[in-house]
Design a protein around this ligand. Structure first.
Ligand code: ADP
Ligand code: ASP
Ligand code: MG
Length: 424
């Protein structure tokens, strides 16, 4: 039997986490590929580093680099003896990152982002793989960039499935090895330039590898007992969903249930590979399974909150209607700026969207302003309720200032002015 495990940043955020991950792996004797993300919040820290590098702010670069080094070094010092040979390898990785930061940027932000941010996963997998070998959990470290081949769409690269499958079978041959440890989130172009698959993309990496190798199942290990009917950090009485169909899970991920990356499900569904979501804190809890099931709907309403949204209303300056031509133009501006639309709505003269309030949005708005009048609402949140009931809608909307709403047969969506959430 072959299985794929994926561990996210929270599971390897400190030395105790690394030990726990190794313990979970060692309890499973099957042939296995383990996919790991960057440690803790390293990807966010790396993003700040890219920002400082682009702004030519040498002081900030040094400060951020040092804090990333300190964070990892603390973990390494707890896992390895001072004279262990891994310490040298670890310092070499940091030296190569530092060297990269001293070279003038190519000016291509997305390209440089991928080259720098990828160090997060390189570091985490080297640390876990070497530690595992050290405690006789024998494994082979694999550079996933030799397996997952993509196009050159940096920061949101598209998989070359044929080539990746070919390389995957060769690399993960399981001839003399039963355990491989590799990176999530990363891929590379035909010319071996590093690419990334989009933020939170390690779940997707797990699914790609499971698909290619036709694994028995993929298990993603989280800090929650499974997929719940809401984010427990927001909605305290969230309850676990035992079983979800692929299409329903795709919908939940699409609307922003952060627990699974939206691209994860399709490669699994196509080969009928079940996805288990389990707790790395307590393995004995059953978790959630996503697979082909008769009943498509979940038994309870599912609440999905997307914070930090911007509600943008776009109107043609020439008073023309919002028709296909204008929409094509507007969509191409969104595509060009890599801004994803979370909700859209149109009327005769206005086209409105809800998007994540991220750095690229300012540039997008400037581009839209050439031909359109643009108004926007900051400080809004987007709430989706799947399989809603009258009570669940009441629960979400009572006392709230609603900026926009959409109701379909199974899904209710509200753009809501930000205020504190109080649930009874
Ligand atoms: P990873 O460590 O794999 O990157 P994430 O932090 O991205 O994991 O995802 C796990 C988090 O997702 C949980 O801690 C939880 O707060 C949040 N979350 C959001 N929606 C849900 C949901 N419907 N069910 C479970 N967890 C959810
Ligand atoms: N480390 C990457 C991120 O934080 C990928 C992942 O964790 O899934 O976005
Ligand atoms: Mg994550």
């Amino acid at each position: 039997m072959l299985q794929v495990f994926k561990f996210g940043g929270a599971s390897v955020k400190d030395a105790a986490g690394v030990k726990n991950v190794c313990r979970i792996i060692s309890r499973n004797n099957n042939n296995m590929v383990v996919v790991i993300s960057a440690m803790g919040k390293t990807t966010n820290a790396m993003e700040d580093l890219v920002e400082a590098y682009f702004e030519l702010d040498e002081l900030a670069v040094k400060k951020l680099y040092d804090s990333i080094y300190e964070y990892h070094n603390q973990i390494v010092s707890e896992l390895f003896e001072v004279d262990h040979s891994f310490n040298e390898k670890f310092d070499e990785l940091f030296k190569s990152l530092w060297k990269r930061l001293q070279v003038h940027s190519s000016g291509d932000y997305d390209y440089e982002y991928d080259q720098i941010v990828s160090y997060g996963e390189m570091l985490s997998t080297q640390i876990v793989s070497n530690y595992a070998n050290n405690i006789s959990l024998l494994n082979e470290w694999v550079d996933v960039r030799d397996v997952i081949k993509t196009d050159e769409n940096y920061r949101d690269a598209v998989i070359n499935w044929g080539l990746s499958a070919q390389l995957g079978h060769k690399t993960f041959s399981f001839k003399n090895q039963s355990l491989y440890i590799t990176q999530g989130f990363l891929g590379s172009t035909i010319n071996n330039q590093t690419t990334t698959l989009g933020r939170e993309g390690s779940d997707y990496s797990g699914a790609i590898i499971a698909h290619i190798l036709e694994a028995e199942h993929l298990t993603i290990w989280k800090d929650v007992p499974g997929v719940l009917n809401a984010d427990p950090r927001w909605y305290p009485s969230a309850q676990k969903l035992k079983e979800i169909s692929y299409p329903e899970a795709i919908e939940l991920a699409f609307y922003g249930a952060q627990v699974i990356h939206p691209k994860t499900l399709k490669p699994l569904q196509n080969k009928g590979i079940p996805l288990y979501v389990k707790s790395f804190i307590d393995e004995s809890i059953e978790g959630t399974v996503i697979r082909s099931v008769e009943h498509q709907r979940t038994e309870v309403p599912v609440y999905i909150l997307k914070k930090d949204q911007l509600f943008i209303t776009i109107s043609p300056k020439d008073f023309s209607f919002i028709l296909e031509g204008n929409l094509r133009d507007i969509f191409s501006i969104f595509t060009e700026h890599k801004v994803k639309i979370n909700l859209m709505q149109n009327s005769a003269l206005n086209f409105s969207v809800c998007v994540n309030n991220i750095r690229q949005v300012n540039v997008l708005i400037d581009a839209l302003k050439v031909n359109y009048t643009v108004r926007y609402n900051e400080d809004v949140e987007l709430v989706t309720v799947r399989n809603y009931t009258t009570e669940s809608i009441e629960e979400i909307t009572s006392g709230k200032e609603i900026v926009d709403s959409q109701l379909s047969r199974n899904t209710a969506r509200y753009v809501i002015k930000k205020s504190d959430w109080v649930f009874n």
